[in-house]
Design a protein around this ligand. Structure first.
Ligand SMILES: CSCCC(=O)C(=O)COP(=O)(O)O
Ligand SMILES: [Zn+2]
Length: 203
């Protein structure tokens, strides 16, 4: 990808990050976002590591491979990709997603604590926001244990992957949501947060 194209991707990631930070879902330096740039070989634009994601600029982006490692010849060679880039890459590869969102909102972490075998959602209009039916359809959001090893998290994700469920909760950590692009991934994230809060507050 050209430096100009990567800058555009970085600007889109920065704008989305600012929205999530504004919602309080990327506190401190938490959270990270990615966009799929190419599939053969897999390439993702991912946010940089360890900075306030509400303050990103267009250059705060790194291109990574299928393992989440920075590829050679980056425009900003000093920038480190998100520590969770490897899981983004696995999700993008397995699901075909064009964008992956990872935020540290509270509802999925609380839900995973209460339902560690998966969070069951049913009979709610907001399920349509995740491509499901509002009646008679049951969506179980998978929960995997947290790990600092992205290949462990990636394997756990893949073992429970359901193409009709574009979300994964990492216990005591946060949530991953994906879609065909950043906008769809954001809408799904917003709807999932609503659904999880409903589940928690009505249980
Ligand atoms: C307090 S944030 C801990 C790391 C984390 O879970 C996260 O989402 C941010 O990691 P990154 O390397 O993308 O900054
Ligand atoms: Zn995280």
């Amino acid at each position: 990808m050209s430096a100009v194209g990567l800058r555009e991707a970085g600007a889109a990631l920065a704008a989305e990050s600012a929205r999530f930070a504004g919602l309080g879902w990327m506190r401190g330096t938490s959270g990270n976002l990615s966009m799929t740039l190419g599939r053969d070989p897999l390439r993702l634009a991912v946010t940089v590591s360890g900075v306030d994601k509400g303050e990103l600029g267009a250059d705060d982006v790194v291109v990574v491979d299928a393992a989440g490692a920075a590829v050679p010849d980056q425009p900003n060679p000093a920038s480190r990709p998100s520590a969770e880039a490897g899981l983004h890459a696995r999700i993008a590869e397995v699901s075909g997603a064009g964008a992956v969102v990872h935020v540290h909102m509270m509802a999925p972490v609380l839900a995973a604590q209460r339902w560690p075998d998966g969070v069951v959602l049913r009979d709610l209009e907001m399920l349509k926001g995740l491509g499901r039916g509002a009646h008679g359809d049951v969506m179980t959001v998978p929960v995997v244990p947290n790990s600092q090893d992205m290949s462990v998290l990636g394997a756990a994700f893949e073992a429970g992957f359901d193409p009709a469920t574009p979300a994964l909760i990492v216990a005591r950590h946060g949530v991953y949501v994906w879609g065909e692009d950043l906008r769809q991934a954001r809408h799904r994230t917003e709807c999932l947060e609503w659904l999880l809060r409903f589940a928690l507050e009505t249980d």
